[in-house]
Design a protein around this ligand. Structure first.
Ligand SMILES: [Fe+2]
Ligand SMILES: [Fe+2]
Length: 350
């Protein structure tokens, strides 16, 4: 079989990577003036310092090493947004964070290296698993690192471009952890909503990021309350309802944008002032917050919980419509195409 070729600026790191992959891996140092191997079945770029110098060298090597039909996997080191742009510019078949678990990497290599496009369901499962892995680094009792949040956000945005939001929700519904399930559902819905509104990439990214982080304060809620298999008592509810302020305090001062901070603090506010923690009304609740609130309530309604059956998408949408006066009805009308694309079969798959 033809070999797998890794093009790298760090041969020692790439050799470590190669040990996870297959026995027939060639490592090529982009800074060595020797001939680039040709005829690989898969080319992997592993640039530890993806600056203009190494990118130009990579481009030159690809021109020789990679005929258009050879799959090309670009591993992203450092800034995920910049990495996605570089990968697109270089014509990558797919990307993975360089920090992806070896199992995901092997899976991608097995699919790409076999010369066949990834089997659609397996590719979706992997996208969802990658996003969950990123989310598990975000959802801790510590202030999440911007890099992990950006990576998770990009993984969700990309997945929702590649698959129907219904498929995303069905796969996320398989997670054992209620909070992981919920936050990734809200993030997928927010990404789909942003795309359906035709928002630009920057605004979409911001909304998905806000959605991913909206309940980060729940990391401070004791697990006995967070995962309780039944309705909460009044005292437990008071603890749970601190999560918007706890989340805000985790993020404030850590260079998160004003919008993200507002989403985290105010996603339980209602237009008529009946929400919490600040009892804001009308114009004091900005549009991005209103949008995440719609996605948040919709997600909670269609989720399976130990003490309640999931609502169908249509029933959940009707409940949003009935919350007239509390939720922004213009936004709910705009949400209709997303909600109704999900269809009622979520009830069976949940
Ligand atoms: Fe919340
Ligand atoms: Fe929530």
């Amino acid at each position: 079989m033809r070999p797998i070729l890794i093009l790298t600026d760090d041969p020692a790191g790439a050799k470590r990577l190669a040990t996870h992959l297959a026995s027939d891996v060639l490592v090529f140092d982009l800074y060595e003036e020797t001939a680039v191997p040709t005829d690989a079945r898969l080319v992997i770029a592993d640039l530890h310092s993806p600056d203009s110098g190494s990118i130009v060298r990579l481009q030159r090597a690809l021109a020789t090493a990679r005929p258009a039909t050879t799959p090309f996997l670009y591993l992203i080191h450092g800034n995920p947004q910049r990495g996605e742009i570089q990968a697109t510019m270089l014509g990558a078949s797919r990307t993975l964070p360089a920090t992806a678990a070896a199992a995901f990497l092997m899976n991608a290599v097995a699919h790409l290296g076999a010369g066949a496009p990834a089997e659609p369901q397996a590719a979706k499962v992997m996208q969802v698993a990658n996003a969950r892995q990123a989310f598990s680094r975000i959802f801790t009792r510590e202030t999440p690192a911007q890099e992990a949040v950006d990576e998770g956000t990009l993984l969700v945005d990309r997945a929702i471009r590649d698959m129907k939001v219904r498929d995303w929700l069905s796969l996320v519904a398989e997670f054992d952890d209620v909070t992981h399930r919920h936050c990734l559902s809200v993030a997928g819905l927010a990404a789909a909503f942003a795309q359906s509104l035709g928002l630009n990439q920057t605004d979409s990214h911001l909304l998905t990021k806000g959605a991913l982080l909206h309940d980060v304060g729940k990391a401070k809620v004791p697990l006995a309350i967070l995962n309780k298999a039944g309705p909460l008592t009044a005292a437990e509810r008071r603890v749970m309802n601190k999560h918007p302020v706890d989340g805000y305090e985790m993020l404030v001062g850590a260079d998160y944008s004003e919008i993200v901070l507002k989403v985290v603090r105010s996603h339980h506010e209602m237009l008529d002032g009946s929400g919490y923690p600040d009892g804001l009304t009308g114009a004091a609740i900005p549009d991005p917050v209103r949008l995440i609130t719609v996605c948040d309530i919709f997600a909670a309604l269609i989720e399976r919980r130990p003490y309640k059956m999931p609502e169908s998408a249509a029933a959940a949408f009707q409940i949003l419509t009935d919350m007239r006066g509390r939720l922004d009805q213009d936004l709910i009308r705009a949400f209709a195409p997303v909600a109704l694309s999900i269809e009622d079969d979520l009830r069976e798959s949940a």
